[in-house]
Design a protein around this ligand. Structure first.
Ligand code: SF4
Ligand code: SF4
Length: 179
């Protein structure tokens, strides 16, 4: 069974340390907890839009059949510790094992195992999917995705501020202000 690459393994380890050291302080912070609530709601709406339009079933089939998916391995390797920390705070587990070795570390049997994947993951539609969905459905999804990504970005900033206020990234061996 394979696992994440060296860089992703380090970022996952840092994210878990961030959760241990700062998770409670971040959840107690009024701005972070409000943004977290908003983000959960928006993720729920995005998911509903994607299920309804057929994106979830098409992409899950594609990502788990081992050929040609856009959930390629390098995508998983590009996650940083703060993005992974956001996913931990949202309740996603960070899997130790890679289920589909040719694909992104976060692909599971039911598709993506993260609550808050990256902008590319949410915004990319391959030509086949574009043709199946049609322009109007894609515009609707993109409007919804845009709202989610804006709040996710605000939450990342709020969490980074909380971490700085509570002692900073230096405590997990990162330079202050980096991830
Ligand atoms: S966007 Fe296209 S290539 Fe990417 S996972 Fe979905 S169906 Fe597959
Ligand atoms: S994070 Fe999720 S959506 Fe993005 S490439 Fe990986 S499995 Fe696919």
């Amino acid at each position: 069974m394979s696992g994440p690459g060296i860089k992703l393994a380090k970022e996952m380890e840092k994210a878990l340390k961030l959760k241990d050291l700062f998770g409670l302080a971040c959840l107690d912070d009024p701005e972070s907890s409000r943004l977290l609530r908003d983000l959960r709601e928006l993720i729920h709406r995005t998911r509903a839009t994607m299920v309804q339009s057929g994106v979830v079933s098409a992409c899950t089939r594609c990502a788990t059949n081992g050929k040609g998916s856009c959930c390629f391995r390098e995508m998983g390797e590009s996650f940083g510790s703060i993005e992974l920390f956001v996913n931990l705070v949202l309740g996603s587990a960070l899997p130790e094992e890679t289920a589909f070795p040719e694909s992104c570390h976060f692909v599971g049997d039911g598709g993506c195992r993260l609550q808050a994947p990256q902008s590319f993951c949410l915004n990319y539609f391959c030509p086949e999917l574009k043709e199946t969905l049609g322009e109007e459905a894609i515009c609707n999804i993109q409007l919804q995705v845009g709202k989610q990504l804006l709040v996710a970005w605000k939450l990342e900033r709020a969490l980074a501020r909380c971490i700085e206020d509570a002692g900073g990234l230096g405590q997990i061996g990162c330079p202050s202000g980096g991830d």
